[in-house]
Design a binder for this molecule. Structure first.
Ligand code: FPP
Length: 240
């Protein structure tokens, strides 16, 4: 069993949940079965994150680029999301979890939006952990949208050029509402960020696991946190 230090927990953890498709292919099952197994991992990891006191967990559930996947895979993912939101309602509300979503949410199907919006409002006052689902999400798209809003405010004289600072930009980036991620985990063996939390990841610690997301266990999360705790975070400075 991996031992972690409760006094040095990452406050905000982001996870790129990769490898569902390969997990299914290895078992000669349709990719949608991989996503189904992946949503079981989501349940496990959300529970554990809440239990060990992680304040914010952001999950990359559907990227802006994922819309280009085959239609049946996209619909299977939308159904799974809806099922997840239905089945975890009590778990979320009963455990003080605040649900939030970031991304181009207008593109999400009405049925998903409906349950998502309802649970986000119902859980809005919860304060133990914020679970953010990144849906139809792209880090570049999010920055571009903030840039458009800033340009608009500048054009009408509401924002001076010198006030366009990192903090101002950050305040217009929805995924930054819970602060920058301290630790980003990617499963599935690839070592890239794939458009996830680009603004906030500036000083995030990165942890790459070969484990496919459906096989990612509680112990794997502990291993990632232990690795985080062994690192010295310098934020570009020199530590005396
Ligand atoms: C990447 O694996 C994963 C996704 C595109 C979707 C992630 C979705 C889930 C884990 C399930 C639903 C989410 C929730 C919150 C209930 P991939 O398909 O790219 O895998 P591959 O690289 O092996 O093909």
């Amino acid at each position: 069993m991996t031992l972690i230090d409760a006094r040095n927990m990452p406050r905000h953890v982001g996870i790129i949940m990769d490898g569902n498709g390969r997990w299914a292919e290895r078992r000669a099952e349709p990719r949608s079965e991989g996503h189904r197994a992946g949503s079981r991992s989501v349940r496990r990891i959300v529970r554990l994150a809440r239990r060990i006191g992680i304040e914010a967990l952001t999950l990359y559930a559907f990227s802006f680029q994922n819309w280009a996947r085959p239609e049946d895979e996209v619909s299977a993912l939308m159904v799974l999301l809806q099922e997840y939101l239905f089945s975890e309602r009590d778990e979320i509300l009963g455990n003080g979890i605040r649900l939030a979503a970031v991304g181009e949410l207008d593109q999400m199907p009405q049925e998903v939006r409906h349950v998502l919006d309802a649970l986000c409002s119902e859980s809005a006052a919860n304060a133990k952990m914020t679970l953010t689902l990144a849906l139809s999400y792209g880090g570049q798209e999010e920055i571009a949208s903030a840039a458009r809003a800033i340009a608009k405010d500048h054009a009408v004289g509401r924002l001076r050029l010198e006030d366009i600072t990192v903090d101002e930009l950050s305040s217009r980036i929805p995924s930054q509402r819970v602060g920058s991620p301290d630790l980003i985990i990617r499963t599935g063996g690839e070592t890239r960020l794939s458009n996830f939390l680009l603004f906030g990841s500036a000083y995030a610690e990165l942890f790459f696991s070969d484990r496919l997301w459906p096989e990612f266990t509680e112990e794997d999360l502990f291993t990632a946190i232990e690795s985080y705790q062994r690192r010295e975070r310098r934020f570009g400075q020199v530590v005396a």
